[in-house]
Design a protein around this ligand. Sequence first.
Ligand code: NAP
Length: 284
Amino acid sequence: MATLLKGAQAAAAMNERTAARAAALTARGIVPTLAVVRMGAREDDLSYERGVINRCAKVGVAVKPYLLEADASQAQLLAVVEEINQDPGIHGCLIFRPLPAQVDDKAVRAALAPEKDVDGITDASLAGVFTGSGVGYPPCTAQACVEILDFYGIPLEGKRVTVVGRSLVVGKPAAMLLDRKNATVTICNSRTRNLPEICRQADVLVVAMGKRGAIGGDCLAPGQTVVDVGIHTDENGKLCGDVRFAEAEPVVAAITPVPGGVGAMTTSVLAAHVVEAAYFSEEK
Ligand code: NAP
């Protein structure tokens, strides 16, 4: 039976540190504040927003919502982003994506001030992930994967780590963060040949494919640690991941459950980034 790597436990340790850092700043009159920019009212966005508001409230981070109609123009959104950039009382900004079709995602990402990019969407943040320069912040989900592995003491140095997926939101930045831990990282994509074989060779398998139940017993090996980033709803309306948990759990050494794994950690990483951004703005 695999050990369950529960995100909530890892998050609790991080939340405690974040709350202490936030309280110290607030005592000096600086309330770490996150701007949340949402266009329209997609159920996914509303659900994540509720999680963000809840998490931020618990650690002492204020949330300021900026809500636009789903059919608002790119110019309107860019004006909001500029207002946030200029507001010294706002330390971080979360923009819900995907954006509606009339808005150019690239233009919005380019408009956000890198020092407020607590969700790791700007090129500057991604460059920081690649170079380790300390500019910007890694995408929260990618960092959440590494935080969970760290919390549970899963060794990474010198280990074979396979990341399935290469999106800029999860796969690629997760691979870079794991490389920084001196793991030997393989990144797989939709054209990868012999995926099961490559997965089986990994000591740590991070799955961010966005395909429900795509990874089963043929991809898994005894002793592995599996981080399942996928979030889907099954035919019974229950949340599930990219990994077929029932096949993985009897085989691997440790696995993040879905729900209750990576997803439970993501908002904690975001809140921690906001507090760090508030310290950074104070030092400037
Ligand atoms: P994405 O943008 O759709 O990327 C999926 C990646 O998987 C792509 O790089 C794709 O390769 C690769 N892939 C697809 N089929 C493959 C195959 N057969 N073999 C190997 N690689 C394959 O998805 P994402 O945004 O990274 O998200 C991944 C999953 O994480 C989704 O289920 C999403 O809901 C979930 N997610 C969870 C959280 C959280 O907080 N837990 C946050 C964000 C996302 P190509 O590049 O070749 O197309």
